[in-house]
Design a protein around this ligand. Sequence first.
Ligand SMILES: Cc1ncc(COP(=O)(O)O)c(C=O)c1O
Length: 358
Amino acid sequence: MSRGTTALINLENLKHNYGVLKKMAPNKLVLVIKADAYGHGIKQVVQTLGSVDCYAVATIDEALTIRAYNKKVKILLLEGFFSEDELFIALENNLDCVIHQHQQLSLIDEIKTDKKLNVWIKYDSGMNRLGFDEIGFQVAIEQLKHHESIKHITLMSHFASANIPNNHFTEQQKQRFLQFKYPYPLSLSNSSALLTNNNLNDEWCRVGITLFGVSPLQGKDAKDFNLKPVMTLKTNVIAIKNVKKAQTIGYSQTYTTKNDTNIAIIGIGYGDGYPWILTDKAYVIINGAHAKIVGRVSMDMMAIDVTGIKNVSIGNPTLIWGQNGSDQLPIEIVASHAQTIPYVLLCQLTSRVHYKYV
Ligand SMILES: Cc1ncc(COP(=O)(O)O)c(C=O)c1O
């Protein structure tokens, strides 16, 4: 028996979610697959979905990984380039670039090439992260609109709080962005904005988390939108103990048994990316039943209370999040117990977790 800590990646569910989002989007989709496709595997996602409208990533390395599997597909670099070398790589590999600061405009002016670049000029409508202010945005557009090294221009901005439905600030950001009247395609929506159907009708919706069957909206599950979780995380029982009443379990003795208790030790811990903060806080599913985590999450394992759960044995599969037959434990729930967001849980799994594509 192996420890069995496995992320099962369901590529049929990935295709299903892509189909759902395609129908939902008013126009074209940018599939955001940075950070190794939110921890799902960039290569497998690109091999499965193939030539979509556009992929987006954060780094040149991520973009080149996609290019290695697909020579033609449109790829957007969400942070653009930071040096002449990177601009050169972007031009050579036909990568669209987000332009968000003046240094990039100077680099475009200085580059000597007959290749042309697609640029997505970014307006900072209130996120205060990347993007030009109101004046800088218009200056950048004026500078690039007849530039000999520029092919197509798209205008973009990014929401700060679209995950909170009916949010006043989201409306403000939208109005700030829509005040500009240029004859270029627009891109503003992320997954949250698309799900809350804010009638933006932008040419390009940039979706990440929903592609992986996870809801970014507070209080909503993926299945509320007919999205299916792509990742299921599971492990096995590696040991079983009967612990008497009034005994402590694990490091720092944070948990004391109230009665005689059956404990299963399962093969996942913070060394695999499971949040240590879930000590005494969350549950997993074993043999169709909820089993509470008791005591500290260790590096490689943790204890769960299986008292009253039938037929628990060594090697027993245990659902950490996702879906296994009729058993379901949405990652959104695990994230809320950990006071974090599903994005973090997906991205922080470590290389020790075995990935299986089904
Ligand atoms: C600029 C930008 N657009 C779109 C997205 C996709 O967001 P989501 O995964 O919430 O759909 C991201 C993700 O971080 C982003 O940084």
